[in-house]
Design a protein around this ligand. Structure first.
Ligand SMILES: [Zn+2]
Ligand SMILES: [Zn+2]
Length: 458
């Protein structure tokens, strides 16, 4: 069985969501790498019938386990469906992923109205086998595996499978590597992705395979400048953000500005998102995995994710009270709330109460997909247009800003850098987790770079 034939894709091949790849150790023995949900436009364009139901439509009897690279929904969202189909094999992941996974899954099941969520979650948790980074683990008679830090979100990993025996003429054992989602360098809190040693066959994500991220280094400076401008008229600053990753990065940067900037000492930061709060608590607990800079701040007696000026909204009543206070008293504050594209969550109530006030400022730090209220605010806000929220029309009088530099994915130079291996060059590459133009651009760039000895297929 050639390595190329050993990998079958059940999602995130012709698109970016629904990550699910099957790696065959033998014709009747395989392991699944991720089991993600189809989301957004992928629901319509790729395997539409299957994705609408999120059903598992491949045989599972041959599976000896499931490996999870990280706990974003597009990598773990179909796990309840897999369990419901009868999957009872070990689920391998890093320890941090194991601690974040229950929060992700219980929320996802609630949103999807998944039957019997408590039982499913307990069942899944029983199967979890947390493995520390960098430790080889025997996953099959002939193969072992290891997680290495991917620098994408807390707990994220790329996974290496290594054959335990050398074939005749081989000096190094065969390695098959799945990149999962690769992060950027210099992400707050997270260490940079660990460089790759080698891979005979690399399954590589390509989300931003056709782009170069700009403005990453100075993003905190621009965040500060934008918020200063917003505060000039004394109104509220609203930042819609995704619960996991981005919210914690923002808190980390805001704490640093408050620490260094005397004029910010009285700024109130409101985190109003029950899910984001749970993740933030986990991020705090996982401080052994923080990068050096974040650990130094701790040693300095600072609390990057739990500082004095941070106010965490707990109950729904508190949420309503704060909105009323901000609406009537024009109290300057920074509010971080989900969802990141304003499609739901508590941010919607803030927008409804404040978007028609000129002293309000809305700062977007993430991509706004077509058809979302976030995209409408971004497009029509600067022209004094309107947005529909919960079926009602609101004129956008608030100022609207977009800040770049907050992507959690490596760009094309970052992906090419991952191919700068330490032991020997990568042989074959297969691109997944990307739209076609991104894959094609990355394929071309990889060929031009001459970094690999075999082919790159899309
Ligand atoms: Zn991800
Ligand atoms: Zn992903």
């Amino acid at each position: 069985m050639k390595v190329q034939q050993r990998v079958v894709h059940h999602g995130a091949h012709q698109g970016v969501t629904g990550s699910c790849h099957e790696f065959f150790f033998a014709p009747n023995e395989s392991v699944l790498i991720d089991c993600g949900q189809f989301q957004g436009s992928d629901e319509l364009t790729f395997a539409s019938e299957r994705s609408r139901t999120q059903a598992i439509e491949f045989p599972i009897e041959q599976l000896v386990g499931l490996v999870i690279t990280h706990c974003h929904l597009d990598h773990v969202g179909r796990l309840p469906n897999l369990w419901a189909k009868g999957f009872r094999k070990p689920i391998y992941c890093t320890r941090a992923t194991a601690s974040l996974l229950p929060i992700v899954l219980s929320d996802a099941m609630k949103v999807a109205n998944f039957p019997d969520p408590d039982k499913v979650l307990a069942g899944i948790q029983q199967l979890l086998e947390p493995i520390p980074y960098e430790e080889w683990f025997d996953v099959h008679q002939h193969w072992r595996m290891r997680f290495r830090n991917a620098g994408h979100i807390m707990g994220s990993a790329y996974v290496e499978f290594e054959h335990r025996q050398l074939a005749p003429g081989q000096t190094l054992p065969t390695r098959v590597v799945f990149s999962g989602d690769l992060g950027c360098k210099h992400t707050p809190l997270l260490p940079d992705p660990t460089p790759l040693e080698y891979a005979d066959y690399l399954i590589l994500e390509s989300t931003y395979g056709d782009s170069v991220h700009e403005h990453r280094e100075d993003r905190q400076t621009r965040l500060k400048a934008t918020i200063n401008k917003a505060f000039a008229d004394g109104g509220t600053v609203l930042i819609p953000a995704f619960s996991i990753g981005r919210t914690q990065e923002l808190l980390y940067e805001i704490e640093d500005i408050i620490h260094h900037e005397p004029s910010w000492k009285q700024v109130t930061v409101i985190l109003d998102s029950p899910l984001a709060t749970q993740y933030t608590q986990q991020y705090r607990r996982l401080k052994r995995l923080w990068d050096e800079e974040a650990k130094e701040r701790l040693a300095d007696n600072r609390h990057p994710l739990n500082f004095d000026r941070l106010h965490i909204v707990e109950s729904h009543q508190q949420h309503l009270d704060i909105i009323e206070l901000l609406r009537t008293k024009h109290y300057p504050a920074i509010v971080i709330a989900a969802s990141g594209m304003c499609t739901g969550g508590r941010i919607v109530n803030y927008l409804k109460a404040l978007i028609e006030q000129e002293i309000t400022d809305i700062i977007f730090v993430g991509y706004q997909a077509e058809g979302t209220p976030g995209r409408d605010i971004l497009t029509y806000g600067p022209r004094g247009g309107y947005v529909d929220l919960d079926g009602q029309r609101y004129t956008i009088k608030a100022s609207v800003y977009q800040l770049g530099g907050y992507s959690a994915h490596a760009d094309q130079p970052g992906l090419l850098e991952f191919l700068d291996t330490q032991i020997k060059p990568v042989h074959h590459v297969r691109l997944v987790h990307g739209e076609l133009p991104a894959k094609m651009a990355l394929q071309e760039a990889i060929i031009a770079s001459q970094k690999i000895t075999g082919n790159v297929v899309i």
